[in-house]
Design a protein around this ligand. Structure first.
Ligand code: GLN
Length: 544
């Protein structure tokens, strides 16, 4: 159809998967048992779910929207797919995305671009106010007015927005769930890094990749998120149970104090998240929400009476996050994509037969293959033929950042910025970072880091410590751009608000803001400390 959200659909409803086909449960025995003991063994029964096409499924091809995997079908299901089946969900098909998750507009795909369903049949709707100094095209040609669903999980967001499925899985490396959720007017959840298994999910940049959920309301997204957030020993980056437990306990304690009225919910609003390039109209929509939350507070939360306090904060390393992100993501991608060589993985593109001279030359290098084709030729032809332009660009960029001459100035520097971004967040949250605390020794007691303090009461925090529970900011700089707007750098800039949480591995939930008149959808992001996903959902519920 016009929207182009699905790239494969099942012929009939999927009812055969109450168990994994090899008869084993993906859960540990105790977990499986506690589920049996619960009231509902199949908590997602009847829910229709679309799956981003970079998540491996036995029942459908997994193309990653790439020519190089155009005919690939995985021999196994990802852990998340097994968990969905065990929970009774109905996996109905695969959704379009940017190639290997690289992109922000779902344009880089062999399946054709995804169109934002919000605009279908609504071509006259208003544009964002022009950004200062920018010329806006005033064309009224309808071909030209179709808008992007965002990317890279554009198919997942569009499928949910158009009502083609209840929920969709996406992946988020630097914003690929939150950005399309914002543009399409749906809820998008990027969990804390390591909470949901990546086993069977095609790697883009492992240190950032997260599987997450898109849905029409916060409740259904949380339900699916809960089912998927299981420790998995087949994913070496899966967070260990003890760390999950510690973070959950600390989160519950904080929320308990807020819910019981012992103190107010403290929401940090970072000043760096309102760059000059952001339109005034867009900013106004966040202001409106803040007003509503302060006056109505938690009226729509059971028990009511939640006091909300907005705290101006500063996350000073924010302006450097985007560049660091693109260096790290490209570097990891160049390494991950090396496996698609036309031999081990990916389509084989036959190089032309060589003449004798070339054969002799090649033999001095990599060795002459069958019919006078060198291995290097096979790689070069297969990779040039299979990968799209954007992916090839990232491979070149990433290989450069990792090369001996550039490593110190690019890759290492980007890692330092990543640490600064994480420290920024660590200084404002009241709760400690249990994930990274387990990785590194804790800082000295003289440090001003909040991690030394108990998560709920802070007798030793300096009085000026922001001690926030969550951070709130717009999920995107603007509403959905037109598909005809084709400025490469612009599309990188769209990620500027979402990459910091990715670099710091924090949970982030994008919830649609109220849309009045002819306004286009726009999301607000709630970001929490690592493992405080439950709190992020509570606050997200107050927004919608
Ligand atoms: N647009 C960003 C990129 O291309 C984010 C992608 C993602 O989160 N998968 O890298």
């Amino acid at each position: 159809g016009v929207i182009n959200a699905f790239v494969a659909v099942s012929a009939e409803p999927d009812t055969s998967h109450s168990q994994r086909s090899d008869g084993t449960s993906p859960l540990s025995e105790s977990e499986a048992k506690s589920e049996e003991d619960g009231n509902d063994e199949r908590p997602l029964r009847g829910l229709t779910i679309g799956i981003k096409d970079n998540i491996a499924t036995k029942a459908f091809r997994t193309t990653c929207s790439s020519g190089i995997l155009a005919n690939y079908t995985s021999p196994f299901d990802s852990t998340v797919i097994s968990l969905l089946h065990t929970s009774g969900a109905d996996v109905i098909g695969k959704t379009n995305c940017d190639e290997f998750g690289m992109g922000s507009m779902n344009k880089y795909t062999i399946h054709g671009v995804v169109v934002n369903p919000f605009g279908v049949g609504r071509e006259g709707a208003k544009e964002d106010a022009p950004i200062a100094g920018e010329e806006r095209s005033t064309t009224t040609n309808h071909e030209d007015t179709a808008r992007s669903a965002g990317g890279s999980s554009g198919g997942s967001a569009a499928a949910v927005a158009a009502g083609m499925c209840d929920v969709a899985l996406g992946t988020d490396t630097g914003g690929s769930i939150r950005l399309p959720a914002s543009y399409c007017g749906v809820v998008g959840y990027k969990p804390s890094y390591g909470l949901i298994s990546r086993f069977g999910v095609v790697s883009y940049a492992d240190s950032l990749d997260c599987v997450g959920v898109l849905g029409r309301d916060v409740g259904v997204v949380e339900r699916v998120g809960d089912v998927l957030a299981k420790e998995d020993n087949r994913d070496p980056t899966s967070a260990p149970g003890e760390i999950r437990d510690m973070a959950r306990e600390a989160t519950e304690k904080r929320w308990g104090d807020i819910e019981s009225g012992k103190r107010k919910l403290r929401v940090g609003v970072p000043k760096e998240y309102f760059p000059r390039e952001m339109g005034e109209g867009v900013k106004g929509r966040l202001r409106k929400l803040m007003k509503k939350m302060m006056t109505k507070g938690g009226q729509n939360v059971k028990g009511g009476g939640i006091g909300v306090e907005f705290v101006p904060i500063s996350l000073p390393s924010t302006p450097y996050a985007l560049s660091a992100y693109y260096v790290i993501a490209s570097a990891e991608a160049s390494s991950n994509l090396a496996r698609y060589d036309g031999v081990r993985y990916g389509v084989y593109v036959k190089p032309p037969r060589m003449g004798l001279d070339e054969m002799i030359k090649a033999a001095g290098g990599v060795g002459v293959g069958e019919g006078g084709r060198s291995a290097a030729d096979v790689y070069a032809y297969s990779r040039s033929g299979g990968f799209g332009e954007e992916v090839r660009k990232r491979i070149v960029l990433g290989s450069y950042a990792l090369s001996a001459g550039a490593f110190d100035n690019y890759f290492l520097q980007a890692q330092r910025v990543r640490q600064l971004v994480r420290d920024d967040f660590g200084r404002v949250f009241g709760m400690k970072d249990y994930y990274h605390a387990s990785e590194y020794p804790s800082p000295s007691p003289s440090s001003s880091s909040p991690s030394q303090n108990s998560p709920s009461t802070h007798p030793t925090l300096p009085p000026t410590h922001p001690n926030v529970d969550v951070i709130m900011h717009l999920s995107s700089m603007r509403t959905a751009p037109r598909l005809s707007e084709d400025k490469d750098l612009d599309s990188y800039v769209q990620d500027v608000l979402t990459v910091p949480a990715s670099l710091a591995r924090l949970p982030a939930l994008s919830v649609p803001l109220e849309c009045v008149g002819d306004e286009w959808p726009l999301g607000v992001s709630v970001v929490g400390q690592w493992g405080s996903d439950g709190l992020v959902f509570r606050v997200g519920g107050m927004v919608q």
